[in-house]
Structures are given as structure tokens and as C-alpha cells.
Design a protein around this ligand. Structure first.
Ligand code: MSP
Length: 520
């Protein structure tokens, strides 16, 4: 099977915030995709990390009486801890204060200065101090000259700054969207960007002089590079793209460009417009897809600091302790805001999803099947001799089409669609057991072959579904693999999902994958 490289990124997270569900969510969905691609035999590089420069970090550090570096070290470690805590398999955790990143950012800005894409100029505009972002006149008017994030008034500010010639890329960006509409997804997000693009593009300041916590502009150290430019470059500095003589570069350069860059919808503009324009200026290939998901809200309300209703790490850990880490992953992947609308994280919805899908469907099917194989076939996988009354399912064809649908959906980053296709197999097994009633047939010794045939089909279909669900629920599917002696994943998901790979005679031990949990 041909393997290829795959590169997936999360945003890098600000160290002046505490980790919460938003960060865990984005990283978990990327992790699920990354695992799925690895199980398919691809050579995957999965990047996440922390965004550590900027005025806000400098101010928070000052308020706490520590250096910005100390604050960054402390909080970056918290984000890094999330990876182990939530079973996330990132290949690298980049920090923008890493000298290897800093040097490359300077080299990249130097390149842009040399090509004339970055120049020194004066700027006046509406500044959102909380967001460290300038607004256009139109946008400032739209928000009534108050920050839509903090509610504080925008400030009229003027600075001598280095600028990025964004305006020069307007036509090329338009052409990019026309030629490759899938570059920004979902569609609603692309349309949003296109709408704003129609207003025209102005050059953007990419340096600041009113604080010091950042990377100096080459040759003008009183200017620090705007935190967003510094941050966006992480996606290529992590691969050593601007450090040609490093081992890093040799080992990682071929991962560029990214197959998918996952972000939240609030940082769409930077990723859908400024980022591609920077890459065009650097003459680097563009990513295949920028995927902007929507937001989790909490029990029907927007999460905010003032309401104090952020679903924080402690709460998420609570869910993990009660329901297991795979249950949390399953909930995030199937019920999350991957599309254009926000999703509600509610206790009752979590419980309902767990009970319906995992306890009553997947868990129940696996445990019924293995219990019956224990009882009627001495715990050994029966062979399929062909005869099987009832059910009316062409299992090889049915599973093959579900497998294709699941793989195809995952390739499009439709996680819930991919999982639904796999769960469709399990639901069919459930119905098949009820329709064929092997537990009744087993009372008739003459029907032993038939019982074996039914149970083979159940076990084989569950095995196939489990291969597709493994990236979402690695722990529990790992348990199933062990109990049913399925061996390690082969690295060729498609052929592993072929009907008939489960060998007769394999020891099938009983499993109880998802214990029932009472709603408290
Ligand atoms: N540092 C920038 C990103 C730079 S990338 C070059 C940043 N960091 S952040 O810490 O604020 O993280 C934002 C990300 O967290 C969002 O893009 C999104 O992935 C996630 N979320 C934050 N709140 C969220 C929700 N309520 N729901 C879902 N995800 C959200 O922006």
C-alpha cells in the first residue's frame, strides 16, 4: 500500500489563558484524525503548541510580578500536560519562545523584507488592545467602536511600523478561492471570508514598538514582530523550513504543505487570508485545507469568564473519571461544533450519548456476541459455512460500503460522519441478532452450524467497525483487540477491514467495554 505524508496542525494556544474545553476539543479532533491516518499507514506529523509572545503576556506577567518567560514556561507546561492527560499523540509541541522558532521567524521576515513584501511605513487606525488587533474603518463602525470581545472602546492609535504588503495579494487570494473552494471549510466560513475580501485588502502592520515581549525585527530591534505573524509561522518553523542546515529541516521539510489546519472560527481571517498571503510571498505551497470549527457553548449559554461557566480541565477530568477517556473523545467527536453552528455541551446530552451509543449499542453488541460465542462455541470463533437464515444482509458488501463511507468522511474531516458509518455496522449487528435470535436457535442441536454462521458474522462485523472506531476510542478498542486476539493494527486499514479476515478458531473472550453509569 502506498504511504504518504500527512500534516495536521492545531492553533497554538495563548499562554495567558488557562486551558479549557476549547483547547482540548481542537486538539482531540486533530488527534482522532491523526490516529486514523496513522492506522491507514500514512506517515503523519501532528503539531500543536503554545503562542507565548505579545503585550497581553507581558502585562499578565507584570501583574504577577514575574518575567514573561517565567509565565510562559509555567502556562505552556499546563498546555503540554493536556496531551498526556487526554491521550493526545502530537508529534511535536512547539513553543514560540524556542530559539529555533525565533531565529526562523527572523529569517522569514528578512526574506519578506528582501522581496519588498515587508516595508517600513506609518499607520493610523482603530486598535483593540485586548485582541492586539487593528480594525478597518468599516469593521470599527460595525462594532460601534467597541471591542466585540472585551466590550472595551477601540483606541485610535498611530505607529511607525513594518508592514506586510497584503494588498498586493488580493487578486491571487481571490483566484485561490475560485480555483480551490475547499481551501477554507466549512462553506459558510469560506463565504464569510469572501464577503470580507470584497471590501478590499489593506497592508497590515506586522511590528509593534509599544512593548518588548516578542521577536525583534531583523536590523530594527526596537520593533517586535506582531504576535500573529510570529504565531502563524509556527506551522513551518516546526518543520525547520527556514533553517535549511538543520537536521530538523532534513527530517521534516517534506511534511509541508499541511493537509489540514484546524482552527476555531474566531481566528479565521488570520488563517484564511493573511496566512496564505504570507506563504505566497514566501513562494511556499499553500495548505490543502483550513478547517474552522464553531464553538462549544455550555448548557445553552456562551462560555465566558464573567459568567464563570467555562468547562475547564477539572470538569473534563470529572467526565473522564466517570465515563472514561474514550467516552469523552467520542462525545467531542460526534456531538462537537465541527460544522457551521455552535454545539451545546450539556451533562444530560453527554450521558445520553454515552448510554445510547456506547453502552447500549457498541458495548452491548460486543458483549452479547462474545458471551454467545463463549456459551455456544466454547469461546472460539466459529467458522462461516455459508448457511444463515434471516437477517437479509449481504455482509461483505454492506460492510465494504460502510468502510468506504467511513474512510472517505474522515479524509474530509467529517469525524461524526466517519463514526456514524462505523456505528451503522454495529447497529446492523444489533438488529441482526434480534432478527436471527441465535440464542433461541441454539436450543436445537441441529442448528449448531447456523448459530456459528450468525455469530461469525456478528463478530466479524464488530471487528471491522472497531477498526474504524479505533482512532476515536483507542483504549477500549485496544481492549477489544486484546480480548478477541485481533493482533496489532496492520497499518493498512482498508485491507484490515476486508470481510473474512477474522480466523475461525480465534479465542474470543468476553468483553464489557462500556459499563453503565448512573446520571448523578
Ligand atoms: N494563539 C492564537 C492562535 C494562533 S495560531 C497561529 C489563539 N489562541 S487561543 O488560546 O485563544 O486558542 C484559540 C483556539 O481554542 C480556537 O481557535 C479554538 O480552536 C479553541 N477554542 C477556544 N474557545 C473555544 C470554544 N468555546 N469552543 C471550541 N473551541 C474554542 O487564538
Amino acid at each position: 500500500m502506498a504511504t504518504s505524508t500527512k500534516y495536521i496542525t492545531t492553533p497554538i494556544y495563548y499562554v495567558n489563558d488557562r486551558p479549557h474545553i476549547g483547547h482540548v476539543y481542537t486538539t482531540t479532533i486533530c488527534d482522532t484524525w491523526a490516529r486514523f491516518q496513522r492506522l491507514s499507514g500514512h506517515d503523519v506529523f501532528f503539531l500543536t503548541g503554545t503562542d507565548e509572545h505579545g503585550q497581553k503576556v507581558e502585562q499578565s506577567a507584570e501583574a504577577r510580578g514575574v518575567s514573561p518567560q517565567m509565565l510562559a514556561d509555567e502556562n505552556s507546561a499546563e498546555f503540554r500536560n493536556i496531551m498526556g492527560m487526554f491521550n493526545l499523540t502530537n508529534d511535536e509541541f512547539i513553543r514560540t519562545t524556542d530559539p529555533r522558532h525565533e531565529q526562523q521567524v527572523q529569517a522569514l521576515v528578512q526574506r519578506l523584507m528582501d522581496s519588498g513584501d515587508v516595508y517600513l511605513g506609518t499607520f493610523e487606525g482603530w486598535y483593540d488592545a485586548g485582541q492586539e488587533e487593528y480594525y478597518t474603518e468599516t469593521k470599527a463602525r460595525e462594532v460601534d467602536f467597541n471591542s466585540p470581545i472585551s466590550g472595551k472602546p477601540l483606541e485610535r492609535a498611530s505607529e511607525e511600523n513594518y508592514y506586510f504588503k497584503l494588498s498586493a495579494y488580493e487578486e491571487r487570494l481571490r483566484a485561490m478561492f475560485e480555483e480551490n473552494p475547499g481551501i477554507v471549510r466549512p462553506d459558510a466560513r469560506r463565504n464569510e471570508v469572501l464577503g470580507r475580501l470584497r471590501e478590499g485588502l489593506q497592508d497590515v502592520p506586522i511590528s509593534r514598538t509599544n512593548f518588548a515581549w516578542g521577536i525583534g525585527v531583523p536590523g530594527a530591534p526596537e520593533h517586535v514582530i506582531y504576535v500573529w505573524i510570529d504565531a502563524l509561522f509556527n506551522y513551518i518553523t516546526a518543520l525547520g523550513l527556514a533553517d535549511e542546515n538543520s537536521d530538523w529541516h532534513t527530517a521534516r521539510k517534506d511534511y509541508w504543505s499541511a493537509d489540514i489546519q484546524v482552527i476555531g472560527k474566531e481566528i479565521l481571517w488570520f488563517h484564511a487570508v493573511i496566512w496564505p498571503a504570507l506563504l505566497m510571498a514566501l513562494e511556499l505551497p499553500l495548505p490543502s485545507c483550513i478547517y474552522a470549527h464553531s464553538f462549544w457553548i455550555s448548557e445553552g449559554q456562551k462560555m465566558s469568564k464573567s459568567l464563570g461557566n467555562f468547562i475547564d480541565l477539572e470538569q473534563l477530568q470529572g467526565y473522564m473519571e466517570r465515563y472514561g477517556s474514550d467516552a469523552l473523545r467520542y462525545f467531542l467527536c460526534t456531538q462537537g461544533p465541527l460544522g457551521a453552528t455552535d454545539a451545546d455541551f450539556s451533562r444530560s446530552q453527554f450521558h445520553e450519548t454515552y448510554t445510547t451509543d456506547l453502552v447500549n449499542t457498541l458495548g452491548n453488541c460486543a458483549s452479547r456476541t462474545s458471551a454467545m460465542i463463549g456459551k455456544y462455541c466454547d469461546g472460539l470463533c466459529p467458522s462461516d459455512t455459508g448457511e444463515c437464515a434471516g437477517g437479509g444482509v449481504e455482509w461483505p458488501e454492506f460492510t465494504a460500503s460502510q468502510v468506504e463511507a467511513s474512510i472517505d468522511a474522515m479524509d474530509r474531516f467529517d469525524l461524526s460522519g466517519s463514526i456514524a458509518a462505523a456505528m451503522g455496522i454495529v447497529r446492523r449487528v444489533d438488529a441482526f441478532i434480534n432478527e436471527t435470535a441465535p440464542f433461541k436457535l441454539a436450543k436445537d442441536p441441529e442448528a449448531a452450524d447456523q448459530v456459528g454462521n450468525i455469530l461469525y458474522r456478528c463478530a466479524e462485523a464488530i471487528r471491522i467497525a472497531s477498526c474504524l472506531l479505533e482512532s476515536t476510542m483507542p483504549e477500549r478498542i485496544g481492549e477489544l483487540r486484546e480480548a478477541w486476539n485481533l493482533g496489532e493494527p496492520s497499518g493498512d486499514l482498508r485491507s484490515e477491514c476486508q470481510w473474512g479476515r477474522l480466523a475461525a478458531g480465534t479465542t474470543i473472550n468476553k468483553v464489557a467495554l462500556f459499563p453503565r453509569v448512573e446520571l448523578d
